[in-house]
Design a protein around this ligand. Structure first.
Ligand code: NAD
Length: 269
């Protein structure tokens, strides 16, 4: 690997590390030479993919309980990981909640949309990310170096196309919540806030905004989504690794405050 992209012996923190994309970031960081502190909600079980990373990378990967909506939980995880690895210079704010279009039980029309559901998305996606930056990110300032990568979404900059879901059966049409994109748009703005606040201290802050990642989505969704992507396909997890390592490493030394869309051109159309 070109030395500009190497992260040898750096300590990286990834929140929400045991979900779908968490292990993708974790593996990319480990492959680039970093030690990785994988944070997730207490009781979250590791997927088989995550377990494989644990056996492949041994002591370079450690897991910590952390609820990003709880300041004490973040502080406690921070103390433990510093104790094990030393201070972090890379932070990937990946933990987030979305609304899967797979059950009609929780559907509602827009004027009845539950304020609790909206509040929960803002609480995790926006306030949680902010609190992790406050507690873990701010420790990079006295070190004079660091890279914070906030995971955004295409829906931070464009509205979801509700037609992607209009084939789904149910008593009410599935309606993608306005809270997801709005909370992610807040994350993009937080990125700019901290990039400007800490730029002179050597801490860079960027957003990485993935497009839809190929998974277990139904065939019609995949066809409709893909037809809207200039590159003609959904993202594969490997598409995300290079952009993350670029933002984490010296290769992006003069990049801060940026929202890097990794979306196959979705937001260009
Ligand atoms: N998968 C995609 O297609 C896609 C596309 C664009 C953006 N994203 C974003 O990428 C990130 C990861 O998405 P994913 O698909 O892996 O989702 P996921 O639901 O599979 O994983 C999310 C992880 O966050 C954790 N989490 C939830 N609430 C938490 C809390 N309060 N404290 C700590 N951890 C918490 C969950 O336990 C889970 O491990 C999210 O921010 C998501 O919005 C995903």
């Amino acid at each position: 690997m070109n030395k500009e992209f190497q992260l040898n012996d750096q300590v990286a923190v990834v929140t929400g590390a045991r979900g779908k994309l968490g292990p993708v970031w974790v593996e990319a960081l480990l492959d680039a030479g970093a030690h990785v502190a994988a944070l997730d909600l207490p009781g979250t079980l590791p997927s088989s993919g995550f377990k494989a990373l644990e056996s492949r990378f041994g002591e370079r990967l450690k897991c910590y309980d952390c609820d990003i909506t709880n300041r004490e939980s973040i502080s406690s995880a921070s103390s433990s990981l510093v104790n094990d690895f030393g201070e972090a210079t890379i932070l990937v704010n990946n933990a987030g909640v979305d609304q899967p279009p797979d059950s009609d039980g929780s559907r509602s029309v827009i004027h009845d949309l539950s304020i609790d559901q909206i509040r929960h998305m803002v609480e995790v996606n926006f306030l949680g990310t902010l609190q992790v930056i406050q507690i873990i990110g701010s420790k990079m300032v006295p070190l004079g170096t660091g890279s914070i990568i906030n995971i955004g979404s295409v829906y931070a900059s464009v509205s979801p196309d509700q037609r992607f879901y209009d084939h789904l059966s149910g008593n009410l049409p599935f309606l993608k919540s306005p809270a997801y994109g709005a909370s992610k748009a807040g994350v993009v703005n937080l990125t700019k806030y901290f990039a400007t606040l800490w730029g002179s201290k050597g801490v860079r802050v960027n957003t990485l905004s993935p497009g839809g990642v190929l998974g277990e989505q139904d065939t019609q969704f995949k066809e409709k989504y893909t037809s809207r992507v200039p590159l003609g396909r959904m993202a594969q997890t490997d598409d995300l690794k290079g952009p993350l390592i670029f933002l984490a490493s010296r290769a992006s030394a003069y990049v801060t405050g940026h929202d890097l869309a990794v979306d196959g051109g979705f937001t260009s159309w």
